[in-house]
Ligand binder design. Structure first.
Ligand code: SF4
Length: 484
C-alpha cells in the first residue's frame, strides 16, 4: 500500500476556495435570494447559504457547482472567476464611455391640454415668453453635439412641442448639417399628445426620420378623464394620430406611454386591451412621478408603492396570457429589468443606473436656455426648487455643465455601489441611483431607502420577475424572449 495515498488526500480542502462578493435577501421562511457582483442570482435555503458562507462545499454536492456557476466562489490562486466578473462589470458599465446620448429640447411650455397630473407647469398664453427661440436652440445644439456619445438622440418636449413646430424643423435641419463634419449619428423624437398632428408635420417627420412618442392612458373614458382639453376629445385625437402615423410613416414610428393614476388602478386589463386595439408594440406600466402638477393637484399621493405593484403584477399576468396566445407584446418595464437580469448589456435607461443618469445620460435645455440635469430636474425647478440647474446655454459649454459642482456632487453622493442599504442589496446591479426623486421626496440625494417608494417598487418588481423566471417555466420562456 506504500505507493498510494489515502482517498482523503484527493479531496480538495475547503480552504482551497474563496468567497467572492455576494449579497442576499430573505424571500421566505427558509428561502434566500443570493446574488453576485453582476446580478446573477440563485435561490438557497438557510442551510445552503450557511454552507456557502463557510465554504463548506464539496465537488459533486450540487451546491459547489452552483456556487462556481454563479461566480459566488473561486479557487484560491486562480483568477479566472475574478477576471470574468471584472469583464462583465465593465460591459455592464460601458454606458459611461458614451456620455450624454440624450438631449431634451423644451421648445415651448405652452400646452392646450390641462392634465391634473401633468409633470410640467403648462402655460397656455404668451407665445413669446414661453417659446424657445432660434438663438437659444442654436447654442443648445452646439452643446448637444459636443457630447462624447456617437449617437445623439434629440427629443422635443413641452408643454406641447407641436405648438412650436417651426423651431423643431429648424433644429432638425440644422442638427443634420452640423453633425456631418463631426461624424455623429442622430435620432429625433417628438413627445406629443398628437392633438395638433397635421399633414405638414407628417410630411416633415417622414422625410427626416423623426419618431413620435405619445401618451395613451387607456380607453376613451379614462384617457379623457386624465387628460382634459376643450372639446373633451384628447382620446379621439390621440388614437386618430397614432393611426395616421402608422399608415403614413410605418407601424414602428410611434410609441405610447401611459401614466397610472388612481383611476387606472382597477382597469389594467382594459388599458392593455386599448394598447392591443391600437396596434401598439407593447406597454410601459408607469407609476406617477412626484413632480409638477402631480404634486400641486395631490395626484401623486393617491396611491402607494404597494398599490402600484398590485396593479403592475395584475397587468403583467394579463400581458403574459396575451403573449401565450401568440402575440408578442412586452411590458417594457419588465423587459428593461429582464435585460439587466439576463444579460450584461449596458443600460441606456437614464433613471435606472448608477452612477446616476442625470447629466451623464441626458441634458435638458429649457425654453429660456437654462440647462437641467434631467426632465424631472426641470419639473422641480418649475415648482421653485432649482437644485439641479446646471447652467445656461449662453454661458456654459458641455464640459462646464457635466463638470459643474452641482452635477458632480449629485452623482457622487448618490452612488448605489457605496450607499447604505444599496451596497448590501442583492438587487443593486439591476437598480439605479435616482437623486432627483429622492431629493424631491426625502430632501436627500441618496435617499433613506427603507422609506423610499422607488426602492419598494424596485424590490417588488425584481423579486416577482425572479420568482417567475425560477418557478414558472412557461412565463419564463416569454420573459426571456422579451429580454432579447
Ligand atoms: S434602491 Fe432599494 S432595491 Fe435599489 S439597490 Fe437600493 S436598496 Fe436595493
Amino acid at each position: 500500500m506504500a505507493g498510494f495515498a489515502s482517498p482523503d488526500a484527493f479531496s480538495p480542502e475547503t480552504s482551497a476556495l474563496q468567497l467572492l462578493p455576494i449579497r442576499f435577501e430573505r424571500l421566505g421562511a427558509d428561502r434566500f435570494l443570493v446574488g453576485n457582483l453582476v446580478g446573477d442570482m440563485a435561490e438557497m435555503t438557510a442551510g445552503e447559504l450557511d454552507r456557502l458562507c463557510t465554504l463548506d462545499l464539496t465537488p459533486g454536492d450540487g451546491l459547489y457547482e452552483r456556487a462556481f456557476e454563479k461566480l459566488f466562489v473561486a479557487s484560491v490562486g486562480q483568477r479566472a472567476q475574478q477576471q470574468l466578473l471584472a469583464l462583465r462589470l465593465r460591459s455592464r458599465m460601458s454606458f459611461l464611455r458614451a456620455a450624454t446620448p440624450l438631449h431634451l429640447f423644451v421648445v415651448t411650455l405652452r400646452c392646450e391640454h390641462s392634465c391634473p397630473y401633468c409633470q410640467v407647469s403648462r402655460q397656455s398664453k404668451d407665445r413669446v415668453r414661453y417659446d424657445m427661440d432660434q438663438a437659444t436652440a442654436s447654442k443648445a445644439l452646439d452643446i448637444a453635439l459636443s457630447a462624447p456619445a456617437q449617437l445623439i438622440k434629440i427629443e422635443f418636449q413641452g408643454g406641447e412641442p407641436l405648438l412650436n413646430f417651426e423651431l423643431i424643423q429648424w433644429i432638425v435641419l440644422t442638427a443634420k448639417e452640423r453633425s456631418v463634419p463631426l461624424g455623429k449619428q442622430l435620432q429625433f423624437v417628438i413627445a406629443t399628445n398628437l392633438a395638433l398632428l397635421d399633414d405638414e408635420v407628417l410630411d416633415f417627420c417622414g422625410e427626416h426620420d423623426v419618431l413620435f412618442s405619445t401618451s395613451l392612458d387607456g380607453p376613451r373614458e379614462l384617457h379623457n378623464k386624465n387628460r382634459p382639453r376643450r372639446g373633451q376629445n384628447s382620446y379621439e385625437l390621440a388614437v386618430a394620430g397614432i393611426a395616421r402615423i402608422k399608415e403614413r410613416l410605418g407601424p414602428d414610428r410611434v410609441g405610447a406611454l401611459m401614466t397610472t393614476t388612481e383611476a387606472s388602478l382597477d382597469s389594467v386589463e382594459e388599458i392593455v386591451d386599448e394598447y392591443l386595439k391600437q396596434g401598439l408594440e407593447g406597454i410601459f406600466l408607469r407609476p406617477l412621478s412626484p413632480y409638477g402638477f402631480a404634486i400641486k393637484t395631490k395626484q401623486f399621493h393617491k396611491y402607494d408603492a404597494q398599490e402600484w405593484l398590485q396593479f403592475w403584477k395584475r397587468g403583467l399576468r394579463y400581458i403574459l396570457d396575451v403573449n401565450r396566445s401568440g402575440r408578442h407584446f412586452p411590458e417594457f418595464y419588465s423587459a428593461l429589468m429582464l435585460r439587466r437580469m439576463l444579460s450584461d448589456e449596458p443600460i441606456g435607461y437614464v433613471d435606472l443606473r448608477s452612477p446616476a443618469g442625470i447629466g451623464l445620460g441626458a441634458l435638458v435645455y429649457n425654453y429660456d436656455g437654462t440647462v437641467f440635469a434631467s426632465d424631472e430636474a426641470r419639473m422641480l425647478a418649475e415648482m421653485g426648487d432649482r437644485s439641479f440647474e446646471l447652467g445656461n446655454v449662453n454661458e456654459h459649454s458641455y464640459r462646464d455643465l457635466v463638470l459643474s459642482d452641482t452635477l458632480v456632487s449629485a452623482v457622487a453622493e448618490s452612488l448605489t455601489q457605496t450607499a447604505p442599504q444599496c451596497s448590501t442589496c442583492v438587487f443593486e446591479p439591476h437598480c439605479g441611483a435616482d437623486p432627483v426623486y429622492h431629493h424631491a421626496t426625502q430632501g436627500d440625494l441618496l435617499g433613506i431607502k427603507p422609506l423610499s417608494e422607488f426602492c419598494e417598487r424596485q424590490k417588488g418588481v425584481l423579486t416577482h420577475l425572479f420568482e417567475l423566471l425560477e418557478h414558472c417555466p412557461e412565463d419564463a420562456a416569454i420573459l426571456r424572449r422579451w429580454a432579447s
